[in-house]
Design a protein around this ligand. Structure first.
Ligand code: ZN
Length: 321
């Protein structure tokens, strides 16, 4: 199983397959060319189109143990089909109802977490997503989002979630959605099926233990996925959520640059990739929200954006209108 997909910036017909470090070295300096924008792969198409300029950064939560860094030099390889639907495969619901009672000492469910209805078929939606946390500043971000009545989707690293269960509970209580970003920020596209399963299952357990909900969404670190990841995620009931806008916030720790890239790159139905372990990204969030609201955007969680009948194993980058 040598091939893998490096899911990154898209928009041309090229498929990008490269190791993280080699990708890092090839990320173009031109900021405005760094956006990812692509049609979601069609079911069973097996192809990811992309210009491949973006990569997801490795998880390095300050103060936590060493990050898993993707191995370099994957080189090009054919893209393998990603998770074609299997009849009878249960679909993730997208809804994440708590299965456990709140724990003693938990903050009350905030108004921000109250039920609501967004129709992204009619409204101009965007989904902000934050990877690699919880980090030291995630609480600050959660307060910013709650004050603005904005919900997001958090793809959490399992070991971080296990270390900060109260933050996971806060995310759920505030109406955000929590997805699985592997236990150790592993390069799943290079891992064995057993490792992929272990990384995902441990994180499912950590989130369930923390907040009483079981994720139905996952995002492969570095966007690195392949047929094995598709098969395991299908088996675990996890849809693969990639992105359509990548401001490279891990690389350019500059709030103004991140804000500009997100605001310029966003189109209706897009999923935006950011990282809540970078203070510069968190500082950019109020401006991003203000600018996108001014353009008429509604902030949806990924299930609100894509619907609740996502196919486990499939990859999604945006809403198909
Ligand atoms: Zn990540």
């Amino acid at each position: 199983m040598a091939s893998r997909v490096r899911f990154g910036a898209m928009g041309t017909a090229a498929v990008i397959l490269c190791g993280w470090l080699s990708s890092f070295g090839s990320v173009p300096a031109a900021a405005d060319r760094s956006f990812s924008a692509a049609p979601a792969p069609q079911a069973g198409s097996g192809n990811v189109r992309g210009s491949g300029k973006s990569v997801e950064r490795p998880a390095v939560a300050p103060g936590r143990r060493g990050a898993t860094v993707g191995r370099p030099g994957a080189g090009s390889a054919p893209v393998r089909p990603g998770g074609a639907g299997i009849p009878g495969t249960p679909a993730p619901t997208g809804a994440l109802p708590p299965t456990e009672e709140p724990r003693a000492g938990d903050p009350p469910v905030s108004e921000a977490g109250a039920p609501r209805h967004i129709d992204c078929a009619k409204q101009k939606c965007v989904a902000l997503t934050f990877d690699d946390g919880p980090g030291p500043k995630t609480g600050t971000l959660l307060r910013m989002l709650a004050e603005r009545n904005v919900r997001a989707t958090f793809f959490v690293v399992g070991r971080n979630a296990a270390a900060e269960p109260a933050v996971i509970r806060r995310e759920i209580a505030d109406g955000h959605v929590v997805g699985n970003h592997s236990w150790s920020h592993a390069d799943l596209g290079r891992a064995s099926a057993a490792t992929v399963r272990s990384e995902l299952v441990r994180t499912q357990r950590a989130v369930r233990h923390a907040a009483g909900v079981t994720p139905v969404l996952m995002r492969p670190p570095y966007g690195s996925t392949d047929r094995t990841v598709a098969a395991v995620t299908r088996d675990l009931g996890l849809a693969q959520i990639l992105w359509a806008v990548d401001p490279l916030d891990w690389k350019d720790r500059n709030s103004a640059i991140v804000t500009r890239r997100v605001v310029r790159g966003t189109k209706p139905g897009y999923i935006v990739l950011m990282h809540d372990i970078h203070p510069t990204t968190i500082a950019a969030v109020p401006g991003i929200i203000r600018a996108l609201k001014a353009k008429g955007y509604v902030f949806a969680t990924v299930p609100e954006l894509l619907g609740t009948h996502l196919k486990p194993g499939h990859r999604y980058t945006k809403r198909n209108h």
